[in-house]
Write a protein that binds this ligand. Structure first.
Ligand SMILES: Cc1ncc(COP(=O)(O)O)c(C=O)c1O
Length: 387
């Protein structure tokens, strides 16, 4: 991306006014059919259909340009954009796994990944072993000749455990095992897995990247060789991402740097508030110096974000707590401008590690005033404590 500061580079990235009548933002190309000048060009496109304009589902000007931007931000040889973060993950797993293969998956992955591996991959004769974060001994024990992929998510969903990625890569490289990581938590701004030797980096652009809770898409950054495999699977599976989705994601990219900083600083204020509450029994927040993953997080990541998970005792009125919140809305996902709260009866899929006597919430700290957030939470806690 050149020598400028990243926030300057992101503003310039993908703007081509000279090609588009002076328009600072590129137009959205909506294409199913692409026509060819002549037979020779048709044959040429057919031969190189993942790279040249061929058929809309394979990509068009807008989606290809977005892929090119992803390659620039991840400094990767190639990139694939898919319809969602989850489709990026499932497409990548299917690209490298065949009948009889085995995959090692971090236990604290996003729950639908756990389900995909244990239910869908199983149908195709692919065996999944889930391993505990940072348990290299267990990881090595699970490896065998059939292991083709190690799948990581770091920090992990809900508990934000950080993997010692360097150690995993060393093991994988020695055995020529493909490594895939879900990098949604950090975004490319906070961590570039490819620089550490990970083969495939995935990000759900549904989250911070797009940032407005109105878009779905996923990105995959990888080498040219892996691109061929992944793109082939995406096309064969019929995955399709609209030009509008790519355009929304590119628009989100312009403010991503700024938004992340604000999510981060707002989350710090709310963390400090939660720390003082007697009802709060446990908090998972990586900038917390007492978090056992804090040092590993500092080793790998340049940023934090707006996610905090905390637990309260079950003896208060949980329903009162949730229903008296106005600013924190109950809802899935995260990474948009708004604050959200997700009630968690247990930390899935790693529930066995956490105290069942507590009730858990994952909150996403949005861009509102932290005074208003505290006022809202305070109201919730007051009503929770009322019998
Ligand atoms: C860590 C993580 N990865 C992937 C996904 C899936 O992304 P999408 O909703 O775009 O399919 C999610 C969604 O919540 C997520 O939290």
């Amino acid at each position: 991306m050149g020598k400028k500061q990243v926030e300057s580079k992101l503003i310039k990235l993908g703007s081509n006014p000279e090609k588009h009548h002076g328009s600072l933002s590129d137009p959205i190309y909506k294409t199913s059919t692409i026509i060819f000048d002549n037979y020779k060009n048709f044959l040429k496109a057919k031969k190189d259909r993942f790279n040249l304009p061929y058929y809309g589902r394979f990509g068009n000007y807008t989606t290809k340009r977005f892929e090119n931007i992803i390659s620039q931000v991840y400094q990767s040889e190639a990139s694939v954009v898919t319809s969602s973060g989850l489709s990026s993950i499932t497409i990548c797993l299917l690209s490298f796994l065949s009948k009889g293969d085995e995959v090692l998956v971090t236990e604290n992955c996003y729950e639908p990944v756990f389900n995909f591996c244990s239910k869908e991959l199983k149908k195709f004769g692919i065996k999944t072993h889930f391993f505990k974060n940072n348990n290299i001994i267990q990881l090595e024990k699970l490896l065998n000749k059939k292991t083709k992929v190690i799948y990581l998510e770091s920090p992990g969903s809900l508990n934000f455990e950080v993997e010692d990625i360097e150690k995993v890569i060393k093991i994988a490289k020695k055995r020529k095992i493909i490594t895939i990581i879900d990098n949604t938590w950090a975004t490319f701004l906070g961590f570039n897995p490819l620089k550490w030797g990970i083969d495939v980096a995935i990000e759900s652009c549904t989250k911070y990247f797009s940032g407005h809770s109105d878009n779905f898409c996923g990105i995959i950054a990888c080498s040219k060789t892996n691109y061929q495999k992944i793109k082939q699977t995406a096309v064969r599976m019929g995955d399709f991402v609209s030009a509008e989705s790519c355009s929304y994601a590119m628009r989100g990219l312009k403010t991503l740097f700024l938004r992340l900083k604000k999510h981060e600083s707002n989350a710090m204020v709310i963390f400090k508030y939660l720390q003082k509450k007697d009802s709060v029994k446990k908090i998972f927040f990586l900038p917390d110096k007492n978090n056992p993953n804090h040092e590993r997080w500092k080793k790998y990541f340049n940023n934090s974000n707006g996610l905090i998970t905390f637990a309260i005792k079950r003896n208060g009125n949980i329903e009162n707590f949730l229903d008296s919140l106005n600013l924190f809305k109950i809802g899935f996902s995260w990474g948009g401008y708004e604050s959200l709260i997700l009630p968690l009866n247990r930390i899935v899929p790693t529930n066995k590690n956490y105290m069942k006597r507590w009730y858990w919430f994952r909150i996403h700290i949005g861009l509102e005033s932290t005074n208003d957030m505290i006022f809202d939470l305070e109201q919730g806690f007051n009503n929770y404590e009322k019998k």
